[in-house]
Ligand binder design. Structure first.
Ligand SMILES: Cc1ncc(COP(=O)(O)O)c(C=O)c1O
Length: 493
């Protein structure tokens, strides 16, 4: 006998009931609009833009990018997006990079994985390929190296400038190096690496150079047009062979769209994967996914067409002013200091010696409705607070300063987090391999990670969790977080 209550799916419900469930689940999320969330979302606060993107997404959601001949609409939109990204990044007719080509990917991580794969596969004779990256490079390079079995030579950034020394990058290039990478700007601190010097060193060694402009590639050129001192970082720089830029960041498209550009088609060639040695259709994929929804691509297309050059210039102006206002707010509070003078759309600050515990401060800001991103201390760099600034923040800047001052005062009164002695001793002594499921469950429970179905997965105040992670070396942080996330990812039956 089949137990009807256990087997199969529940019976269907009315459309409005299903949608209502989605809406109720969404109510527990961080606010994607309103300029109070400084990570994860990119909100230009342009009236009607969400509706436009949703309508375009709906038109193409079931269209499949697997076969451009079956759905030429997607091919046309992809080509237009690649052309637009090229124009923003110093390529196209009349430039020094007229032959740039590219692909639309699902996001920055996929673009970086493909940049590494393409560089690796251009050199099948190199049996143990390597890449050179600054320590500030996005973690997606490490993921690429891990997936693709490419070794990564990491060049530390200066603790003052937060940039790598180009000479050290050059010195790290070996005969097995297939790619040198740098960021414009780095995610963590928002600083632009010395792209021209790094690309020149790579070119001298006959190695490809990728500029990760996933975060800021769409804003830096507009900031330059507004008179900001943005250094050369795009295809105008000789030696730059590929660039990635995420449209789901500062092109303000909904999630799922990035562009990977190569200086010419011969550099792009090893990116493709083709397979005809099976009885089905011959598979030819420029990117990692095979079946691809047209939804995100159509949404990005409509967004870029609607905002246009004037729209992006206006949004960059608003964002630049918001960045300046937030940086002033940080400067005005005793106990905080900027990690770097803002040169893109990131404001990143840390605490001075007599300043507040940053993780407590982050909780105090959350309690005041400001959702910031704590960054753990790393290789001599102190813990910091990251603010990704978008145009939607502009009307809120005036409120941020007083709340920041208030939150700092409250954090100073609360004092720093002191881990219980046994927890601190445990983290000091633990190695990733020594973590047992019981230990992890015990730690998670001790840290207040909820396990009620549908309940909040994390405690309201995260300072203890962040302090614990901060006390752990990176390898243990990774393992702990993998285990914690594994605990959260459980089916609801
Ligand atoms: C500089 C940089 N590169 C790559 C990525 C990865 O992008 P995604 O999260 O879209 O995979 C990010 C994301 O923030 C980034 O800032």
């Amino acid at each position: 006998m089949i137990d009807e209550t256990r087997a199969g799916l529940p019976a269907g419900v009315a459309a409005e009931v299903a949608l209502d469930e989605v809406r109720r689940l969404r109510a527990g999320d961080r606010p994607i609009h309103g300029g109070r969330l400084f990570a994860y979302v990119y909100d230009p606060a342009v009236p009607g833009l969400d509706e436009l993107a949703a309508a375009a997404h709906r038109e193409s959601a079931h269209v499949n990018g697997l076969d451009p001949t079956a759905f030429p609409s997607l091919l046309a939109m992809e080509n237009a997006l690649v052309g637009a990204a090229g124009r923003v990044l110093g390529a196209g007719p009349g430039t020094t990079a007229p032959d740039v080509v590219g692909s639309v990917t699902s996001g920055g991580t996929e673009s970086l994985i493909l940049a590494v794969k393409t560089a690796r596969d251009a050199h099948p004779e190199i049996t143990a390929p390597r890449i050179v990256v600054p320590s500030s490079a996005h973690a997606a390079f490490a993921k690429a190296a891990h997936y693709l079995r490419v070794a990564m030579d990491v060049v530390p950034v200066s603790l003052d400038t937060l940039r790598p020394d180009p000479a050290a990058m050059a010195a790290a290039i070996r005969p097995e190096t297939v790619l040198v990478a740098c960021s414009a700007p780095s995610y963590a601190h928002g600083v632009v690496d010395p792209v021209a010097e790094i690309a020149a060193a790579a070119a001298d060694a006959g190695v490809r150079c990728h500029v990760d402009a996933c975060f800021g590639g769409w804003t830096l050129p507009y900031l330059r047009r507004l008179g900001e001192p943005v250094p050369a970082f795009d295809f105008a720089v000789p030696g730059v062979t590929s660039i990635s830029v995420d449209l789901h960041k500062y092109a303000y498209a909904p999630k799922g769209v990035s562009v990977l550009l190569h200086r010419d088609a011969s550099l792009r060639a090893p990116q493709y994967f083709a397979y005809a040695d099976w009885p089905g259709y011959t598979m030819i994929n420029p990117v990692i996914a095979s079946t691809r929804s047209g939804g995100p691509i159509a949404a990005a297309y409509a967004t870029v067409r609607h905002l246009g050059d004037d729209g992006y210039l206006r949004l960059a102006t608003v964002t630049r002013d918001a960045v300046a206002g937030l940086a002033d707010a940080v400067r005005a509070v005793d106990g905080l200091r900027l990690m770097a003078e803002p040169e893109s759309t990131v404001v990143c600050f840390t605490a001075t010696e007599d300043g507040p515990d940053l993780f407590v401060l982050v909780d105090e800001l959350t309690a005041r409705g400001w959702h910031t991103q704590p960054q753990l201390s790393y290789a001599g760099l102190p813990a910091s607070v990251h603010l990704t600034v978008t145009a939607s923040v502009a009307p809120r800047v005036g409120d941020f300063g007083p709340d920041l001052a208030d939150a700092v005062a409250a954090a100073l009164v609360a004092g720093p987090v002191r881990l219980p002695a046994e927890l601190a001793a445990l983290v000091g002594a633990l190695t990733p391999d020594a973590l047992t499921p019981e230990l992890v469950e015990g730690l998670a429970a001790g840290l207040g990670m909820g396990d009620e179905p549908g309940g909040a997965p994390l405690p309201e105040r995260m300072a203890v969790v962040n302090t614990l992670l901060d006390a752990a070396p990176p390898a243990l942080r990774e393992r702990l977080l993998v285990e914690f996330v594994g605990l959260l990812q459980r089916p609801t039956w």
